[in-house]
Design a protein around this ligand. Sequence first.
Ligand code: 0WD
Length: 256
Amino acid sequence: MGFLHGKRALITGIASQRSIAWGIANAMHREGAQLAFTYPNDRMKDRVDEAANTFGSNITLPCDVADDAQIENLFVALAKHWDGFDVLVHSIGFAPREALQGEFLDNLTRENFTVAHDISSYSLAALAKAARPMMANRNGAILTLTYLGAERALSGYNVMGLAKASLEANVRYLAFNLGPETTRVNAISAGPIKTLAAAGIANFRKMLEHVEEHAPLRRSVTIEEVGNVGAFLCSDLSSGITGEVIYVDAGYSMLG
Ligand code: 0WD
């Protein structure tokens, strides 16, 4: 029996089979969790329906996290399938493409800053708040994805680094707030992986090559490796861990 047997998990952020959320869904499915999925717009619906099908689920629900009404409706709709659930995976990040070109100040605007923080950080707390009545007192877990650019100035990551720093603080405040009702909140800081989101970062190829040359394991990581740690962090095996950022990066972050 898998270590997530009996758990119900809502997974956001599947955009393709290369998505980190795909790796997490795959590991959670293997470990026995029942899954439900969100898609951000009609264009993505078929792809997410297909993913759900792969993982033995027929629950796919719309949710663009830029829209308060869609966040609220998501849990009204989910409640028609499940009376409660145990795991929320937030695998969502976005900044306007031009903000990830050039140096930090080149394309910095109030609008770019706001959008990056809204979609990449605020959405975690907004989803956690709306999910709260369905997740409380079940030894549940919330998981998000962050990147080393939150704590180091990395060329090209620009305003996304600020948004990820906010996201990591968000993890700590949520963990503090939700701990008394037995919900844990953690982040995985993943090494660079070639996904659709990564394609928007001008320097991405260079970042990947640098990691492959210098990380202790002399390679980057896979969505399977991130998925396995995600499944662990959302299971009762990690019941003593909350408010943490766990690195799945082939050891890169500890280099001087
Ligand atoms: O190297 C990488 N790929 C890393 C990614 C290293 C470390 C962290 N991460 C983070 C990302 O910043 C993000 O938070 O992992 C998370 C997942 O990213 P991913 O798997 O690399 O990228 P992708 O497959 O593109 O999934 C991100 C998805 C969106 O995909 P697209 O490509 O359509 O932007 O985030 C979702 C969407 O599915 N998303 C939204 N979902 C709901 N509402 C929204 C939105 N407004 N915007 C984006």
